[in-house]
Design a protein around this ligand. Structure first.
Ligand code: NAP
Length: 257
């Protein structure tokens, strides 16, 4: 029996990698990917669109009615949507400033949007919900909360807690800063509640999106990834031994406190 999985945010930079990894394991997964519009996905997915198009469905996480059909019949849900800040045109001598588009504030997308998906997952009997959040969310004063006055990490944390309290089986993966680099070149480390920030500098707490995608896909079938929330970063290239088997990471983190 194959696992029916929906990846939301499938036209995003990590969502696309997750969907491609799922599609490459045809014996295990029957995936589909939710995008806001086929037209926009065609632009952002570029050369990847043609391969993914047969499994794409449209929906908007802020409109629960649009999620019912895409989520019907799935056994696992991967939440990879996020509000995305835009930069105001630069002004000489001023630091860069950011805003969120109308309808795209973190409260609407990262909190209400996640809640919509979790509520529907519960109603439809989805067995496992995997949420990708972000490191930094344990600290309300994190500078990312000030970007575009969006409190993005605060709302991501709120969604995490809602999922934990939902009674659904969950896995929460909170990566450090995301890099567009290949997978498998770094030693990966897991931690909890941002403790890795006190061991490594903030700038060193980063990880390739492709490694996050490997972890997400592995967590879908790993028993010991269930009901856990953990942070993950990659050590600088050349430090340590690159992590070949990401499933071994799950055993090194305990259940959520
Ligand atoms: P991304 O490329 O920014 O993709 C986000 C996706 O969310 C986009 O495809 C977007 O769709 C979708 N989305 C936004 N609003 C939506 C809505 N209302 N309905 C449906 N889809 C919606 O993602 P990423 O940079 O790979 O990040 C993946 C996750 O890791 C995010 O949760 C992010 O916050 C988190 N993270 C990021 C960093 C970092 O350094 N950037 C660090 C740690 C964690 P459209 O394509 O239609 O716009």
């Amino acid at each position: 029996m194959k696992l029916n999985v929906l990846v939301t945010g499938a036209a995003g930079r990590t969502g696309r990698l997750v969907l491609e990894n799922l599609l490459s394991d045809k014996d295990t997964f029957e995936p589909r990917g939710l995008v806001r519009s086929f037209e926009k996905a065609k632009e952002s997915l570029e050369d990847h669109y043609a391969k993914l198009e047969p499994v794409l469905v449209e929906g908007d996480v802020t409109r629960p009615d649009t999620l019912v059909s895409p989520m019907t019949g799935i056994e696992a849900l991967v939440i990879l949507v996020s509000a995305v800040p835009k930069m105001h045109p630069p002004v000489d001598g001023q630091p860069p400033s950011f805003y969120f588009e109308k309808g795209g504030m973190p409260e609407t997308v990262d909190w209400i949007g996640a809640k919509n998906q979790i509520d529907l997952a519960k109603r439809l009997g989805v067995s496992h919900v995997l949420l990708v959040g972000s490191m930094g969310s344990s600290n309300d004063n994190d500078p990312l909360n000030r970007v575009g006055d969006g409190n993005i990490l605060r709302f991501k944390r709120k969604a995490e807690q809602y999922l934990i309290d939902s009674g659904l089986t969950y896995t929460i993966v909170n990566p450090g800063g995301l890099r567009n680099e290949p997978a498998g070149e770094r030693e990966l480390l897991v931690g909890r509640n941002d403790e890795l920030f006190s061991i490594y500098s903030r700038s060193a707490c980063s990880i390739p999106r492709a490694d996050v995608a490997r972890i997400v896909v592995s967590a879908l079938t790993a028993e010991d990834a269930r009901n856990k929330a953990f942070d993950v970063v990659g050590r600088p290239k050349g430090d340590g031994i690159p992590t070949a088997d990401v499933s071994a990471l799950f055993a090194t983190t305990g259940p959520t406190l």
